[in-house]
Design a protein around this ligand. Structure first.
Ligand code: SF4
Length: 315
């Protein structure tokens, strides 16, 4: 069976109802972040490649649009770092020709220094880069980059890209206590965010099971205090809860393949699955529990929540 390159729409805390596009295979990435929700990077890389998926993405998207796709964004990201795909500019432009739904790109920022990558992303509507560290040492501890990636060049790339980009830049900062949460470090992050000139700063923490068991989530109060310290445009990314179902798809039958496909991208609670796939939470709970009992999913407790993980994320 051919691998599906589109998934969702799923509810995203940052982008509303978002149709995801996998632009690189699992798990092609320049980094090996200790908090990564989809597991460790076996071998980091900086080699940009044509993964030969652009036409397949356009074919799948055309079919979804014909079926009446409803989404707030089409988000290019997936199971690694999407700017490693040399076709990313072509994919963005192709989608923009096909639909008015805004195109968003998730990136870990490490290749934004490259003028070719910058040009490729210019046609996106929204770019969501991440930056978790304010110095090289912290960058290496949290993000465990490929040896050819330098912190300083990553920051300069972010500043340069943001200065020339006409769309929205929503910076994500993932806080890992105590590695980047001291007052001094938050002040340095604030200065860097000011230099980058992003529209929003989204603070996140390990509410879902991370790649490394020693990573602990910050309490909400600590995150909110960090947001106040960083500035007016900083906000905690709240867990998305779609109680009214206003942006939800119509209720539908939950299939095993949809559920497993969603969990391959990130660990989810039964409520996440319900909101993301437009089904009742009880149905999501029942199917996930059955698949876990069959050994096809893993259950992990994190904080007060129960998460379901696909075996590829099980560490
Ligand atoms: S969190 Fe993103 S950038 Fe970090 S290792 Fe995972 S996929 Fe790569």
């Amino acid at each position: 069976m051919k691998k599906k390159l589109l998934y969702g729409p799923v509810t995203s805390r940052r982008l509303g109802l978002s149709l995801g596009i996998d632009a690189v295979p699992y798990k092609v990435c320049t980094l090996d972040c200790i908090y990564c929700q989809i597991g460790r990077t076996e071998k980091t890389t900086v080699e940009r490649r044509d993964f030969g998926c652009a036409d397949a993405i356009f074919t799948e998207l055309a079919s979804r649009l014909e079926d009446g796709l409803r989404a707030d964004h089409i988000t290019i990201g997936g199971s690694g770092e999407p700017t490693l795909n040399t076709e990313i500019g072509k994919i963005i432009s192709g989608i923009r020709r096909m639909t008015d739904i805004p195109v968003a790109v998730l990136t870990n920022s490490t290749l934004l220094w490259d003028p070719v990558v910058q040009t490729a992303l210019m046609n996106a509507n929204v770019v969501l880069p991440s930056l978790d560290a304010a110095d090289e040492h912290t960058f290496r501890r949290i993000n465990r980059p490929h040896p050819d990636i330098s912190f300083q060049r990553t920051v300069e790339g972010l500043v340069s890209f943001s200065g020339g980009f006409g769309g929205s830049v929503l910076l994500e900062v993932f806080l890992v206590d105590p590695l980047n949460t001291s007052e001094r470090h938050l002040e340095k992050l604030k200065s860097l965010a000011e230099r980058i000139g992003c529209d929003k700063i989204h603070l996140n923490t390990a509410v879902r099971p991370p790649a490394e068991g020693f990573v602990r989530p910050l309490e909400r109060e600590a995150l909110e205090a960090a947001a106040r310290r960083i500035g007016d445009n900083a906000e905690v990314i709240a867990e998305f809860r779609d109680e009214k179902g206003s942006s939800r798809q119509a209720e539908k039958t939950l299939s095993e393949s949809d559920l497993i496909g969603m969990l391959r991208r990130r660990p989810c609670t039964a409520a996440d699955i319900a909101a993301g796939l437009g089904v009742e939470e009880s149905a999501a709970q029942a199917l996930a529990a059955r698949l876990a009992a069959d050994g096809r999913l893993e259950i992990r407790e994190s904080g007060s929540e129960t998460y379901y993980l696909s075996p590829v994320q099980s560490l």
